[in-house]
Design a protein around this ligand. Structure first.
Ligand SMILES: NC(=O)c1ccc[n+]([C@@H]2O[C@H](COP(=O)([O-])OP(=O)(O)OC[C@H]3O[C@@H](n4cnc5c(N)ncnc54)[C@H](O)[C@@H]3O)[C@@H](O)[C@H]2O)c1
Length: 273
């Protein structure tokens, strides 16, 4: 039997008959792995038409056959000049509509926990580019296609967006910056029916994110200062990508139509510390 994330044994929800995404178009960045893949699967199961982008190949076996007709994958590195505009152009051309309902900015990379005394220029530029500049460019690119009908933008930030004790200085600055982009966009465009919110996942999500650390530059001293803070999450703190995906789906939907400009922790109370 072919893979189906609608099987009862799977952690993702059963096929739904609710029309939450019917006739709606979504762009999801970082769709090939982790939270982006779980969000893509969930949106497709709710009838969205999805354009997914990632710099790595996607395993089509992870997309239910019944959903593949509403899924278009674009392989591209979003830091390349013009690439964010290109994704939006492809999405509009693919579905033949002059509108985009949802942008989920999920692609991101981790730093090497380097603090301000040892970070490299290369790491700073790479992390700020992927985690802050790219989502902001994506927002700029989709806005013209949200102004007529409204839309929902969800930025995946992190506990590191509100804490100085969760990652290195580059990742921390990038995620703090992303909250500024979220709030600025929410206020500027709220009269046009465009919402912009952020989610702040905790740190124990089992994804490919750890593989993006540049091991050669790993800052043991900085990491050592953070281990006790991470440990406060407790042994049962682990969060699944699909739990984050469900929150993104909610913020994208009309159920959240009055929610704009928030930063929502998904961390089993770690965020209160
Ligand atoms: N995993 C966690 O514990 C955790 C915690 C808090 C926040 N986050 C955030 O969640 C988001 C998703 O991360 P994840 O944990 O699913 O990691 P992941 O590595 O599994 O997924 C990230 C995806 O983004 C893609 N990507 C990275 N740079 C790209 C680029 N330049 N162009 C196109 N695609 C690119 C990767 O190829 C990958 O498929 C990130 O923004 C991350 O900062 C993750």
């Amino acid at each position: 039997m072919s893979f189906s994330y609608h099987n009862s044994n799977n952690i993702l929800p059963q096929r739904t008959i609710d029309p939450i995404g019917f006739g709606k178009v979504a762009i999801i960045t970082g769709c090939a792995s982790g939270i982006g893949l779980a969000t893509t699967q969930l949106f497709l199961s709710h009838n969205y038409e999805v354009t997914g982008v990632d710099m790595h190949d996607i395993d089509y076996a992870k997309i239910d056959e019944r959903d593949q007709g509403r899924f278009h994958f674009h392989k591209g590195d979003l830091i390349e000049p013009g690439e964010c505009d290109e994704v939006v152009r492809i999405c509009v051309a693919k579905y033949g509509r002059q509108k985009i309902d949802v942008l989920a900015n999920i692609a991101g990379i981790l730093d090497a926990y380097a603090a301000a005394d040892v970070f490299t220029d290369r790491e700073w530029e790479r992390v700020l580019m992927v985690n802050l500049t790219v989502p902001t460019r994506m927002i700029r690119a989709v806005l013209p296609f949200m102004k007529a009908n409204g839309g929902s933008i969800i930025n995946v930030a992190s506990k590191a967006a509100v804490s100085g004790a969760a990652a290195g200085v580059a990742y921390t600055a990038s995620k703090h910056g992303l909250l500024g982009v979220t709030k600025n966009t929410a206020w500027r465009f709220h009269d046009e029916g465009i919402r912009c919110n952020a989610v702040l996942p905790g740190s124990l999500i089992d994804t490919g994110l750890g593989s993006t650390i540049e091991a050669a530059n790993f800052d043991e001293a900085s990491y050592g200062r953070q281990v006790p803070v991470h440990a406060l999450q407790g042994p049962k703190a682990s969060i699944t990508p699909s739990e984050v995906a469900n929150t993104i789906l909610y913020l994208a939907s009309d159920h959240a139509k009055s929610i704009n400009g928030i930063s929502l922790p998904i961390d089993r109370a770690w965020g209160v510390i």
